[in-house]
Design a protein around this ligand. Structure first.
Ligand SMILES: [Ca+2]
Ligand SMILES: [Ca+2]
Length: 144
């Protein structure tokens, strides 16, 4: 984990991919949570962190997007962070024009959140494909 001065949070990029639920548990086990974007500044910081790990450094079925800490809890395309806020309340809701698509070009049912290298959000299959992910935690945490 490193402290990002622009956001006041600490982050760790996991280049070994996991499913969303595995990633969720991995972050909790480290004393943090799957990263939640609370501002355009934080989106930029996470985009830059992702850029430090090009595709050939990532061990996952897909190398883009990454998983983040939001999901479509009721599977009705209403998105909440893992802390229970809407994306509007959290402070970042930058979907590209063609997302969320619920997996239009494959199996339907994308209910877990992620972010492309471009910084835009995507909806992803929760437990089908492994993706890299970013954990976030408070610098007040005792765990490093
Ligand atoms: Ca955050
Ligand atoms: Ca999608």
């Amino acid at each position: 984990y490193f402290l990002e001065s622009r956001t006041g949070s600490c982050y760790k990029f996991h280049y070994t991919g996991q499913t969303w639920h595995q990633a969720y548990m991995t972050c909790v086990a480290e004393g943090g949570h799957l990263a939640i974007i609370n501002s355009a500044t934080e989106a930029q910081a996470l985009k830059e962190l992702f850029a430090k790990y090009p595709a050939n450094t990532i061990k996952a079925l897909r190398t883009d997007p990454i998983f983040l800490g939001f999901l479509d809890w009721n599977e009705d395309n209403t998105w909440f962070t893992i802390h229970g806020e809407t994306l509007d309340e959290a402070g970042y809701k930058n979907w590209p024009a063609d997302q969320p698509d619920n997996g239009k070009h494959g199996n339907l049912g994308q209910h877990c959140g992620g972010m492309f290298r471009t910084g835009y959000l995507d909806d992803l299959w929760c437990d089908v494909i492994t993706f890299p992910f970013i954990c976030e935690k408070s610098p007040d945490s005792l765990l490093l």
